[in-house]
Design a protein around this ligand. Structure first.
Ligand code: DGJ
Length: 722
């Protein structure tokens, strides 16, 4: 192809490398992304590409086919006709833009992103900023790429600067767009629904556009802001993968487009559907941050890289690295039906059993007795609480437990003083009756006065009461998209402005009360994303608390998110969502995969269950460091009827292995479970046995024969000798 590479720019981490090529035409290409291969020229990678037919030449240069090249952050139609990374429209209605390389610079710092969550690190970050310019308008795109050396992770955000005199409309601005000269990938996304979130969804790429997106105003139960391309041979233990995740909690898209010549364009960013942003002269627009990396070590390494990175570079505040308390939540215990006496009785038992944080869920405020009223009126219902909230909290604190409270700040009930006083504060379209979901409306968080109101209400609540934990819920998606605060030509900004408003409130409130442990929730995992984790270091994983459903939900969620961020509770049987019976041991084993707690009436337990539960909590507290912060491995059991995982304590080397057989089968011979990531020479002791790491990894543990359906086993291995 008639092109010349003017310069190659390399950005590396410990084991990986991203190399960009600048053509003499000023176009920016992705020369290489993968394992570290050294700072070589790489010009041949694109120069040797043979031209295909029926494509426009670029700049009148014969056979210079931009559409066939691996572009980085391409514009549309000039002349690459695949899906662009960005699209902006000028006053004439033209959407043609032509950004070319202007300059680049390196620094050793990572700057904060204005109004948006971002990753940061105390150590070893190299940031490459590339400025592209459109010669006609003088507008610039600043692509900021940071390499986190030790983490083997890159981040990218893009900022559009309008230097022209004119106003432009941004109609699409992805956070990341990477082209690969191959389509030999499987695509992995996380999909599901309410109550069955984050199923790992893997399929081969085909020609066309495929992926996930949300138009719901939240990242959603049905999909997660994550996408990966993996070699068809890749499995948990080995193989290559490219993974991307987006620090964003609203409408997003993550896609892979396979073109006519078996090239793949991978993108992640704000969903361009019903999105536009009016950018006046002198103004700029910044995309959310994308996190991405390459590994050749398989899918367990993919997950562990995300866990380590989010644990170290995303989660903030004192709770980020602190052991999380064993918690009891009142929701599945009482739902709305509680009073002071019931709370006290439960709290007494909770204390006796070893619970560390007592959480009063929905129903404690105003006249809320079901889902039909009171959201927005965050005033304690003293009749129901049998006194002031201060009394309730004092009583919990006297029992040496932390006190937690449920809130749903983004919502309002039609039957509430807040709505009666401010009917114009909800998202609704002029002249139409707004839709109710769960009998509630969404407050218009794009309005500064609504943001300010919520900041005052929440800070007052947290100043007035000694609250240690907040569960921040959000139980409906956005309909009737329209805002009274925006002019006609800016209505498509609402969904993004809502998220910016939410982030502003969260920043103010969480930073003002760093000692409070915040947990986010959206009817379970309806907004389990890295954007929310930046403000709140844990999330309620799913409203389905059944241990067997949780196997796949938690496996999918921990595919990307650190297990300590994933709240998992033991609930009652028959399970309230499915009616399934599982043993206390199985429920506990499964819930201990994440951030552990309970959600059942402890006073309904038999004496033997109570003793078992006490014992479980004692042992959990001993092993908490390994269970919450240990390196997490998905183990490969013999068939799909079994699930197994392993935690490795990085400091002590101790190992905890958990295994669940789903349905018991007649006449089967049990197989062995091979462990991973052990020191081959070290000795590990468990159940009066000592085995070497080599034996445990090459031969494995014998899985006990299950005596009933949903049978769980656990092994606690202590590393005794190097
Ligand atoms: C949905 C949450 O996921 C539940 O855990 C509970 O907090 C309810 N909302 C309360 O309304």
């Amino acid at each position: 192809m008639n092109i010349s590479v003017e310069q190659t720019i390399h950005l590396t981490t410990k084991n990986t490398q991203l190399s960009l090529l600048v053509l003499d035409s000023g176009h920016l290409l992705l020369g290489y992304f993968g394992k570290k291969i050294g700072e070589v020229s790489l010009a041949y990678v694109v120069e040797e590409i043979q031209r295909a037919s029926y494509m426009a030449d670029t700049d009148g240069i014969k056979d210079f086919k931009l559409e066939q090249l691996p572009n980085l952050y391409p514009a549309f139609g000039n002349p690459d006709l695949r899906t662009p990374a960005h699209l902006e429209r000028d006053a004439s209605g033209s959407a043609i833009a032509d950004f070319r390389y202007k300059s680049h610079s390196f620094s050793n710092e990572k700057k904060p992103l204005k109004e948006l969550p971002y990753c940061q690190s105390q150590e070893d970050v190299t940031t490459l900023t590339i400025i592209l310019e459109d010669a006609l308008t003088k507008n610039e795109l600043a692509i900021t790429l940071s390499a986190f050396e030790k983490q083997d992770v890159f981040t990218q955000s893009v900022c559009y600067h309008n230097h022209s005199e004119a106003t432009i409309q941004i109609e699409n601005m992805q956070s990341l767009s990477l082209d690969f000269l191959s389509d030999r990938f499987d695509l992995i996304t996380l999909n599901g629904a309410w109550g069955r979130e984050t199923k790992i969804n893997r399929r081969p790429l085909v020609q066309g556009i495929q992926g996930v997106d949300s138009k719901r105003g939240a990242s959603g139960h049905g999909q997660n802001p994550f996408i990966a391309l993996v070699d068809p041979q890749t499995n948990d233990e080995q193989g290559t993968a490219i993974a991307c995740s987006l620090l964003y909690s609203g409408n997003f898209q993550a896609s892979a487009e396979v073109d006519m010549h078996q090239n793949t364009r991978l993108q992640i960013g704000i969903n361009p559907f019903q999105f536009s942003w009016e950018l006046v002269s002198g103004d700029s627009f910044t995309t959310p941050e994308a996190v991405f990396f390459y590994t050749d070590q398989g899918l367990n390494t993919l997950s562990q890289t995300f866990h380590r990175f989010y644990q170290n570079c995303l989660l903030r505040g004192p709770w980020a690295k602190k052991s999380r308390p064993v918690l009891l939540n009142s929701w599945e215990t009482f739902y709305f039906d509680f009073n002071r006496e019931k709370l006290e009785k439960l709290a007494e038992k909770a204390k006796e059993i070893g619970i560390e944080c007592f959480v009063v869920d929905d129903g404690w405020f105003s006249k809320r007795a079901d889902s039909s009223s009171s959201l927005g009126d965050w005033v304690p219902n003293e009749a129901k609480l049998g006194g002031s909230l201060t009394d309730v909290i004092q009583s919990i604190h006297q029992k040496k437990m932390l006190f937690g409270l449920w809130l749903e700040p983004e919502m309002v009930s039609p039957d509430s003083d807040l709505y009666r006083n401010h009917p114009d504060w909800i998202i609704q379209s002029p002249g139409r009756t707004p839709q109710l979901i769960r009998e509630q409306y969404v407050l218009d968080l794009s309005l500064k006065e609504v943001q300010d109101h919520l900041i005052v209400v929440l800070t007052t609540l947290l100043k007035t009461y000694k609250i240690d934990y907040i569960k921040w819920d959000m139980n409906r998606n956005m309909t009737d998209l329209w805002s009274g605060g925006l002019p006609e030509n800016r209505q498509n900004e609402l969904a993004h402005r809502y998220i910016l408003g939410l982030y502003r409130i969260l920043e103010e409130v969480t930073q003002a009360f760093p000692h409070v442990l915040f947990e986010s929730c959206a009817g379970g995992g309806g907004r389990f994303d890295p954007g929310m984790l930046y403000y709140m270091p844990q999330t309620w994983t799913s409203d389905d608390s059944d241990a067997i459903s949780r196997l796949s939900i938690q496996e999918g969620t921990s595919f990307v998110y650190p297990p300590v961020a994933m709240s998992c509770h033991v609930s009652a049987v028959p399970n309230h969502q499915l009616g399934r019976m599982t043993s206390l041991n199985t429920r506990t084993t499964v819930a201990q995969q994440g951030n552990f707690g309970y959600e059942l009436d402890l006073n309904q337990l038999s004496k033997s269950e109570e003793d078992e539960l006490k014992q479980q909590i004692v042992s959990y507290k001993k092993e908490r460091e390994t269970l919450q912060f240990g390196i997490h491995y998905r183990l490969s059991p013999y068939d799909k009827n079994q699930v197994a995982w392993q935690k490795k304590n990085e400091k002590t080397g101790d190992i905890i292995v958990s295994h669940v057989t789903i349905l018991v089968q007649p006449n089967t011979v049990q197989k062995r479970l091979k462990l991973e990531g052990l020191n081959p020479q070290a000795s590990y002791s468990f159940e009066n046995t000592v085995r070497t790491g080599s034996e445990l990894m090459e031969i494995g543990l014998m899985i006990p024969r299950p005596s009933h359906d949903f049978y769980a086993s656990q092994w606690f291995l202590k590393k005794v000798k190097e």
